[in-house]
Design a protein around this ligand. Structure first.
Ligand SMILES: C[S@@+](CC[C@H](N)C(=O)[O-])C[C@H]1O[C@@H](n2cnc3c(N)ncnc32)[C@H](O)[C@@H]1O
Length: 246
């Protein structure tokens, strides 16, 4: 297995842009967050839950509410994102940790205690295929027996028809959201102008390297995980998980 390629193109401006427009452009964001939380088995007593690339902290906050005895580790490469997440989790005191990391590096993938759940939303596509396969292996090794890896991410379509369908579904979702939140089409138009829809121009930004969903499920199984399954999919955004044998 080759070493993951380092990723460098995401910067603090990208973080602020994502914070500003995520509410419009992330398909069914509330459903995504609720689904990721629902796939995690309730831990017995205290547990460690690690979020990889936590962004502004919306999922971390939901995890803290859902698992009140767990310690939440929120990791990201952006100080803007870590500051936002730290503020949201500050009430947890010692029950939360925020830390800077580069997703392609391996040093952060070791933990003092076995981890009950690793979760990640819209970030694993910053690794190439071999990088994702290696990530799943490293995380599986750090899991407690019965622990789970839950990934929410963009998938690569397997053919042109699939790509166009996901492109259209994403555009339609943003149009609905723009109307729902603001009562107008401005954010639908900005979404197009901004080039946010990955499926319109998949080669536009080298930082985006989604892999086919089928491959990612296989890499989870090859990492020794069981019960590998898909729980939700909309406009190319999929939530899938696998569990370490108990
Ligand atoms: C698309 S945002 C998703 C944020 C959040 N998980 C969510 O779903 O709202 C991608 C996140 O990955 C982080 N990120 C991007 N590239 C990274 C890298 N190479 N190493 C660590 N973090 C990275 C960004 O700072 C950002 O928080």
């Amino acid at each position: 297995m080759s070493e993951a390629k380092p990723v460098a193109a995401w910067d603090e401006d990208s973080s602020q842009h994502f914070i500003d427009y995520g509410a419009y452009f992330v398909p069914e964001r509330e459903t995504q967050i609720e689904t990721v939380c629902s796939v995690i088995p309730q831990p017995q007593g205290s547990a460690h839950i690690v979020e990889i690339c936590c962004g502004e902290g919306l999922l971390a906050e939901a995890l803290a509410r859902r698992f009140p005895d767990a310690t939440i580790h929120a990791l990201d490469g952006s100080q803007t994102m870590l500051d936002s997440t730290g503020a949201k989790l500050s009430a947890l005191g010692a029950r939360h940790v925020t830390a800077k990391m580069e997703i392609a590096e391996k040093g952060w993938r070791r933990f003092d205690e076995p981890v009950h759940a690793f979760v990640s939303s819209l970030a694993v596509h910053h690794l190439d295929g071999p990088g994702k396969a290696q990530l799943f292996k490293d995380l599986a090794a750090a899991l407690a027996p019965g622990g789970v890896i839950v990934i929410c991410d963009l998938a690569e379509a397997q053919n042109e028809e699939g790509r166009k369908l996901w492109e259209r579904h994403w555009d339609e979702g943003v149009a609905e959201r723009s109307m729902e939140l603001d009562g107008n089409d401005k954010m639908r138009d900005f979404f197009r102008e901004d080039g946010w829809n990955y499926y319109t121009a998949p080669d536009a930004d080298p930082v985006d390297m989604p892999s086919p969903l089928f491959d990612q499920l296989r890499w989870m199984a090859e990492a020794g995980l069981e019960q590998v399954d898909v729980h939700w999919l909309r406009a190319g955004h999929a939530i899938f998980s696998g569990r370490k044998p108990a």
